[in-house]
Design a binder for this molecule. Structure first.
Ligand code: SAM
Ligand code: SF4
Length: 342
């Protein structure tokens, strides 16, 4: 029997990736690079050293990883990093993934700095939805947070994404005390007036990235929501989504505000996702180190797609029940977000 036929029959018998807590995994975040043209204070250190090229999965290997998951029932892939658009020839991978049968949604998270160049090509390649990170609308502050980024590049990138006609665009903003906590209303207004969604993300304690203690800067989304509620008429959506986002409709606007609250709320019981780092480490949980080395399988002499799928299925047994952010008696992750695939 050919490998392709075996994939089909295996899929019919066991179409889903299910972990030992009964959660179905149908969404992966695939990191295509750990590199970035920004150095955001919550994500990286200022003098970041990046992985040697040999340690990084090739575009072909990344494709094989994506295909293995789709063969196992995953229908949504988010490309992330680092900054996905700084990876040389990344469009080749995106075009191939965009044409992959069985993949219903191809998503991208980007800092937006190169979107004016890439937006149309991404849309044409089949990227359905795009998330753009933006934490300030003030150029000096934007520079302080990103350490090197230029706000006008990101704003024109967002305009280009709107013009390209993605199914949905969502802005991501991390609100930090002492940096941008007084911009919550302005950021929301900017998004709502353009009919695009905005998600406020709580800063997660993923490694040490600056001299500032995370506890001093982290803002709870309960606080962010209370600030927004003084200005907008928010109606919390009853619709449950897998993962840590909760949405509010805003009276008078078509787009929505999301609250991603991994720190103050634990929605792990609904978790439907895993991550693959650019080193090919299948990471079963953002807040834990449980993982499986897919690169070793991809680079082994007797590699086959079936072996890769078997390893992914076996890894489901390693998925932890939940994260333990800020729980004092637990070891916290030392991995930085760009190494994780945000
Ligand atoms: N470079 C792209 C970008 O910035 O959108 C994609 C990768 S970035 C790691 C993905 C998301 O993770 C961004 O929205 C960023 O704001 C968020 N992020 C990074 N470090 C974080 C942290 N420690 N806590 C919460 N969100 C974080
Ligand atoms: Fe780069 Fe995104 Fe991390 Fe900022 S959040 S440093 S843009 S990877």
């Amino acid at each position: 029997m050919s490998d392709e036929l075996q994939i089909g029959s295996e899929q019919d018998a066991s179409p889903a990736l299910i972990d030992k807590f009964g959660r179905k995994v149908d969404y992966i975040r695939l990191s295509v690079t750990d590199r970035c043209d920004f150095r955001c204070v919550y994500c990286m250190t200022e003098d970041m050293t990046f992985l040697p090229r040999a340690d990084v999965l090739s575009l072909e290997e990344l494709y094989l990883v994506g295909k293995a998951f789709v063969d196992l029932g995953v229908n949504k892939i988010r490309l992330t990093g680092g900054e996905p658009l700084v990876r040389k020839d990344v469009m080749k991978l995106i075009q191939e993934l965009g044409a992959m049968p069985g993949l219903e949604e191809l998503l991208l998270t980007t800092n937006g700095a190169q979107l004016d160049k890439f937006a149309i090509a991404l849309r044409e390649a089949g990227v359905n939805r795009i998330n753009v990170s933006i934490d300030s609308l003030d150029p000096d502050r934007f520079l302080r947070i990103s350490r090197v980024g230029k706000l006008d590049r990101v704003l024109s990138g967002i305009d280009a994404a709107i013009a390209a006609g993605f199914d949905r665009i969502k802005l991501n903003s991390v609100i930090m005390r002492g940096y941008n906590e007084d911009e919550v209303i302005d950021l929301a207004t900017y998004a709502l007036e353009r009919d695009i969604d905005i998600a406020f993300i709580e800063e997660m304690p993923l490694g040490e990235t600056s001299n500032q203690a995370r506890e001093d800067t982290t803002c709870s989304n309960e606080w962010v929501r209370s600030v927004l509620a003084e200005h907008f008429d928010l109606v919390d959506s009853e619709a449950k989504t897998a993962g840590p986002s909760r949405y509010s409709d805003v009276k008078g606007y078509r787009s929505r505000i999301a609250f991603i609250s991994p720190v103050t709320h634990n929605f792990c019981e609904d978790c439907n996702r895993v991550r693959v780092t650019v080193e090919g480490r299948l990471l079963l949980c953002l807040g834990n180190e449980h993982s499986m080395d897919l690169r070793a399988i991809l680079r082994s002499e007797d590699f086959s797609e079936a072996k890769l799928r078997d390893a992914i299925v076996a890894a489901m047994a390693l998925k932890p029940e939940r994260h333990y952010f800020y729980e004092k008696d637990r070891v916290q992750p030392v991995r930085l977000m760009n190494m994780t695939g945000g």
